[in-house]
Design a protein around this ligand. Structure first.
Ligand SMILES: *[C@@H]1O[C@H](CO)[C@@H](O)[C@H](O)[C@H]1NC(C)=O
Length: 333
């Protein structure tokens, strides 16, 4: 900000000799700074600078100054702290005292099973930013958004029945057991590192679209922990077969007739039977796409959208607040 202001003043002096502009400009900057909120992303990689105006241009959120410049720490209204960057070592936290107006935002998008439960987090943060619906700033991995105009559903051409693309293979995961059982009763096309079939992003899209069903199996089961494995399948036109939180939990986010839940079946064998049945019944299969008439899928884009949503929240909640029961809330609820 300081440098930009200086740069502008110099430019103005050099190219606009009308000195009378200066007080006007100064006033303008003062006013903008007063209304605006500065959000400092403590762990943003420095070789990918923020665009100063990203919140306005990308998300229509006004009055946000995003920065990764730690020199601005003492002025920042909020500091975003990414759990993954502090879980080894709390010395990655800001070391200067926190200004009285400043809020620290705990940012985490991993599930509790994959979030290191380190000591020292209680009473440290002011705001939570998480996929959980009851986080202060809630940001799911993706969501359905209403279409501006209704349209017919569209089912891409299919030449595979069931597919699964997986990068993290762990025999302890429930999903691994389920897959091993399910494949006894139905053919599953598998891809990803564990199957020595790495796929590029374009191959990924092509494969998912070509499958009638896609196994959107989460690596661990937690409230609201529904990742882009679900949203990608919906977006690319495969019917997601989900394993994760309960059906009721999924239905808070997407219509009940847009997916198949493993819990709806007594056994992997019963699920396989249903999938084979749907393979023979085009009309019933198409019913899973009804949501497309009025909805479209949005996949959230993380770092910048996080920062802009945080900024919007901080602007709307000027009062002091603290996160007093982070462990209980995140790891135990
Ligand atoms: C932020 O949290 C800290 C620690 O809980 C607290 O002392 C401070 O008053 C809070 N600040 C604001 C602006 O809410």
């Amino acid at each position: 900000m300081g440098i930009q202001l200086l740069g502008c003043l110099l430019t103005c002096l050099l190219y606009r000799p009308a000195i009378t502009w200066l007080p006007v400009l100064a006033k303008h900057f003062q006013a903008e700074h007063k209304q605006g909120v500065t959000v400092l992303d403590w762990h943003w990689p420095f070789d990918h600078p923020f665009k100063f105006n990203s919140c306005r241009s990308s998300y229509n959120i006004e009055g946000c100054h995003l920065t990764a410049d730690r020199e601005l720490y003492s002025q920042a209204d909020a500091v975003l702290i990414h759990h993954r960057e502090i879980e080894e070592d709390l010395s990655n936290l800001p070391q200067e005292p926190r200004p009285s107006f400043q809020k620290w935002v705990w940012r985490n998008f991993e599930s509790p099973a994959h979030t290191n439960r380190i000591p020292g987090l209680e009473d440290l943060f002011n705001v939570t930013l998480n996929y959980r619906q009851d986080a202060d700033i809630n940001m799911p991995y993706g969501s359905l958004v209403p279409r501006t105009k209704e349209r017919e559903e569209f089912v891409p051409h299919k030449n595979r029945l069931v597919c699964w693309i997986v990068s993290n293979w762990n025999p302890e995961h429930k999903r691994t057991w389920y897959y091993m059982e399910l494949r006894k009763f139905i053919r599953i096309h598998t891809y990803g590192d564990p199957f020595n079939k790495k796929v590029s992003l374009s191959e990924y899209r092509m494969i998912v679209a070509s499958c009638k069903f896609y196994l959107s199996f989460e690596n661990s089961v937690h409230k609201d922990y529904i990742t882009e494995k679900l949203h990608n399948a919906l977006k690319l036109g495969a019917v997601p077969v989900v394993m994760g939180p309960t059906r009721g939990n999924y239905e808070k986010f997407i219509p009940g007739d847009s997916f198949i839940h493993v819990d709806d079946f007594r056994s992997p064998r019963a699920l396989a039977k249903h999938l084979l049945f749907l393979d023979e019944n085009e009309e019933m299969y198409r019913k899973y796409f009804k949501w497309q008439r009025i909805h479209t899928v949005r996949i959230n884009s993380f770092p910048i959208q996080n920062a802009c949503n945080s900024c919007e929240y901080i602007r709307g909640h000027p009062e002091n607040r603290m996160v007093t029961e982070l462990y209980k809330w995140f790891w135990e609820e």
